[in-house]
Design a protein around this ligand. Structure first.
Ligand code: PEP
Ligand code: MN
Length: 338
């Protein structure tokens, strides 16, 4: 439920409503726009309705939000959320590229990848330390040592770092070393993990589940946000369809759909969506053109020797070319890319 305040409502009117909401044991979420202030209410709305909010001083109208996700809902928060990670802004007018290897393999490999990512224009370094591999016999990641390398390479390059967490133990470790927690597609509905990520105090990039609908995805975001963490970034990484030419099918329409439903920043990952290096560049351009807030791209100094996802990883030269070709699309979309 949302209370829309009159443009001329006073701070006292707003405080009075927030006080009433709190006195009923409900949560109030304020969204102050240029002209109007909205107060979103989370909890049993019936209690609030009994107080006749429509006649409270300063109230213009009261709207019921039918969707089960509230905090991630654009109706609650019409302005786009901008997540600030060590000065790199994700969302709003900005375009951000997160790039790096699928898995952290060694400090040297990570540093080489980071320098390649930075040379292309990426602002954030990605790298997996806990790898959710399909086969238990595949490389599972360097775990905490991988996280340590992420922090060391951040200190050398100045790039904020993002890494996937697959367990509560991994969240505890990652909090010491990384700037953004990534929840992978396979864990999108691991609700205990989502709640713990919500409590971590770090921004969270939430990938779309392999077979998740957009509403299920926004409800997963709600699990993180309802723990008091507003800094959630959504990442479309392809969904399961009957098509086998690509690893997954990039749902490019998810970008405008999310834009209509939510205020959270939207990142597109063409590497995991396609699984094929040659298809990454065109889909980076498509993502920029359709209005995504940024990209996640896998880059490896020598993809042929990568311990995971080599076939979809770009080498440093190809990554640079993609970024150069991408710039006009970012500009046309009206975004800043620094
Ligand atoms: C990844 O980004 O390393 C990854 C495993 O991606 P996804 O969860 O989208 O499969
Ligand atoms: Mn990967």
């Amino acid at each position: 439920m949302i209370v829309v305040m009159k443009p001329n409502s006073t701070q006292e009117n707003i405080d009075n409503i927030v006080k009433t909401i709190h006195s009923l044991g409900l949560e109030a979420h304020l969204s102050k726009g240029q002209e109007v202030t909205l107060i979103g209410i989370v909890g049993d709305k019936e209690k609030f309705i009994q107080k006749n909010p429509q006649i409270m001083p300063g109230v213009e109208r009261v709207i019921t939000v039918s969707e089960s996700y509230k905090l991630s809902n654009k109706k609650f928060h019409p302005e786009p959320t901008v997540v600030d990670v060590r000065g790199v802004k994700i969302g709003g007018d900005n375009f951000v590229i997160m790039a790096g290897p699928c898995a952290v393999e060694s400090k040297e490999q990570l540093l080489e990848s980071a320098l390649a990512a930075k040379a292309g224009g990426a602002q954030i370094l990605r790298g997996g330390a806990y790898k959710p591999r399909t086969s238990p016999y595949s490389f599972q990641g360097l775990e905490e040592n991988g996280l340590k390398y992420m922090a060391e390479v951040r200190d050398i390059t100045g790039m904020p770092v993002i890494s996937e967490v697959t367990s509560l133990k991994a969240i505890d470790a990652a909090k010491e070393y990384v700037d953004i927690l990534q929840i992978g597609a396979r864990n999108m509905q691991n609700f205990e993990l989502l709640k713990a990520a919500g409590k971590s105090g770090l921004p969270v990039l939430l990938k779309r589940g392999l077979s998740a609908t957009i509403d299920e995805w926004l409800n997963a975001a709600e699990y993180i946000m309802s723990e008091g963490n507003p800094n959630v970034i959504l990442c479309e990484r392809g969904i399961r369809t009957y098509e086998t030419s690509t690893r997954n099918t990039l749902d490019i329409s998810a970008v405008p759909v999310l834009r209509a439903k939510s205020h959270l920043p939207i990142i597109v990952d063409p590497s995991h969506a396609t699984g094929v290096r040659d298809y990454v560049a065109p889909l980076c351009k498509a993502a920029a053109a359709v209005g995504a807030d940024g990209l996640m791209v896998e880059v490896h100094p020598n993809p042929a020797c990568a311990l995971s996802d080599g076939p979809q990883s770009l080498n440093p030269e190809d990554f640079k070319t993609v970024c150069d070709e991408l710039r006009p699309f970012i500009t046309l979309a009206g975004r800043k890319f620094e």
